[in-house]
Design a binder for this molecule. Structure first.
Ligand SMILES: [Zn+2]
Length: 470
């Protein structure tokens, strides 16, 4: 292995290596995309495993060590590492997923979904941008350092799962089985779009989720509204009344006692920075198709989705809504309700707060039960952490453009699990693009971002090492 004399010389050699390998990066990704690793569909179970095995081969070829298949009750995970940079060097964990959403040609695809066609500077196929093309950037980058940079400047660990598209249901089993093996200082996830054609983005927070079922029981059976109407609380009306007390119709504030107690308030700098990359209200309005925007007073739509928690009714069912009319007082009423959470809200505590509130406002004569159905913890890293500065520099050097620093409105449960259990600082750096149709027909990935993503990953490893050296 040639030993470069300075970090700069090593990086130059790595970038030169990446420049020479472009054709192979493309053909590798085509191979990977051709494996229909659809995790949701049992008929693709063997294909999912084939993709895992392909990935293991690619990791070994790249020079990663201890490449291990981790069995779970569902699809397997894959773990690999390369830990020769010494105890003073930082340890980075890279997470990605090799499973894909389903895809059938008849859904509206022009290209075959699992052929990996090249056209217009893109590779077309399910999983090309989400997440095969993005995760492979990291393997390419590690390989370039190992083969041409005199070795990796950081201790590198990788974990890839095969169930992200079905909710990472067994990801905790991978963490249970690998124990301390995945411990790291920093976590990087490349599974998201950039902010624009040449505008990279770093995501530093993800919202959590608390999702519950609300059931209201009233009379012993459905009642005739002529005989009994006006004598008991109607569960449908009771539920509507109770839910309506949860949010102020003017200010949009959630009115549940204690709901905002654990919310970390953003700093003035954070709000300022977000303003620079926020979409105007008119764009939000257009995207919703609604006739007016509504949300928590004092916050822009971008802030409401990124920095603030919400309370939303996702569904209501009660009484008779079939053909014709039926004069009935329903016996029960049901709602599905969810809250998007921000750090440091706890999904269990929020469920308790909501349950306490609903029971408090429930009228006499109905019984309420609230059951937690689904949860995810919020994730937040400090965007002024020195590792963000390192990643930012790597992106500026690659894309010649300052990255947008964003809070994200969605949830990735696996990232929250890793932050909690492995103590990592999570940084999400994506190389995809909004028009690459993640989860939709005609998914694609720009080849230029396969190359720039590889370069960015390689530079990130170098910058993280330099940051730690001081
Ligand atoms: Zn993904």
């Amino acid at each position: 292995m040639p030993q470069a004399s300075t970090p700069q010389a090593a990086l130059s050699a790595v970038l030169e290596h990446i420049g020479k390998e472009q054709d192979r990066y493309v053909s590798d990704l085509q191979e990977f995309v051709r494996i229909p690793s659809v995790s949701a569909d049992p008929k693709h179970k063997e294909d999912v495993r084939a993709a895992a095995e392909w990935l293991m081969g690619r990791l070994e070829q790249a020079g990663m060590e201890n490449v291990t298949l981790v069995e779970t009750s569902g699809h397997p995970g894959i773990v690999a590492d390369h830990l020769h940079a010494g105890p003073d060097a930082p340890t980075l964990l890279v997470y990605g997923h090799y499973d894909t959403q389903p895809a059938e040609k008849s859904d509206g695809w022009v290209h075959e979904p699992f052929e990996g066609a090249l056209e217009g500077g893109r590779i077309w196929g399910r999983g090309s941008t989400d997440d095969k093309g993005q995760l492979i950037c990291h393997i390419n980058a590690a390989e370039a350092w190992l083969k041409s940079g005199g070795g990796l400047p950081i201790n590198l660990k990788m974990v890839f799962e095969g169930e992200e598209e079905v909710g990472s249901f067994h990801f905790a089993e991978i963490l249970d089985k690998t124990g301390d093996r995945l411990r790291a200082d920093l976590l990087i996830v490349s599974d998201s779009p950039m902010r624009g054609e040449d505008k990279p983005a770093i995501t530093y927070s993800l919202r959590g989720l608390s999702y519950f079922f609300v059931d209201v029981d009233g009379p012993g059976s459905d009642l005739h509204s002529g005989i009994f109407g006006g004598t008991v609380w109607n569960p449908a009306e009771a539920l509507a009344h109770m839910l309506a007390t949860c949010k102020d119709p003017k200010s949009g504030k959630v009115l549940i006692d204690g709901f905002y107690d654990d919310v970390v308030e953003p700093t003035a700098e954070e709000r300022e920075r977000l303003k620079e990359v926020s979409d105007p209200d008119a764009v939000f309005l257009k995207n919703t198709g609604a006739s007016a925007l509504f949300g928590e007073e004092g916050w822009t739509p971008t802030e409401r989705t990124g920095l603030r928690p919400t309370f939303e009714v996702n569904g209501i069912r009660a009484g008779y809504i079939g053909e014709g009319s039926k004069t009935v007082i329903p016996r029960t009423a049901h709602a599905k309700v969810s809250c998007r959470l921000v750090a440091d809200q706890d999904p269990h505590r929020v469920k308790e707060l909501v349950a306490t509130h609903l029971k408090k406002v429930a009228p006499e004569g109905v019984r309420v039960s609230v059951e937690l159905h689904n949860l995810g913890h919020p994730v937040r890293a400090d965007p002024d952490h020195p590792m963000f500065v390192a990643v930012e520099k790597a992106l500026v050097d690659t894309f010649d453009n300052r990255p947008a620093l964003l809070p994200e409105g969605g949830s990735i449960p696996a990232v929250a699990d890793m932050q909690k259990r492995l103590g990592v600082v999570p940084i999400l750096v994506g190389f995809g693009h909004k028009d690459e149709n993640m989860h939709a027909p005609e998914e694609s990935f720009r080849l230029k971002n396969l190359f720039r993503g590889t370069e960015a990953a390689a530079r990130i490893y170098g910058e993280i090492a330099a940051q730690k050296r001081g």
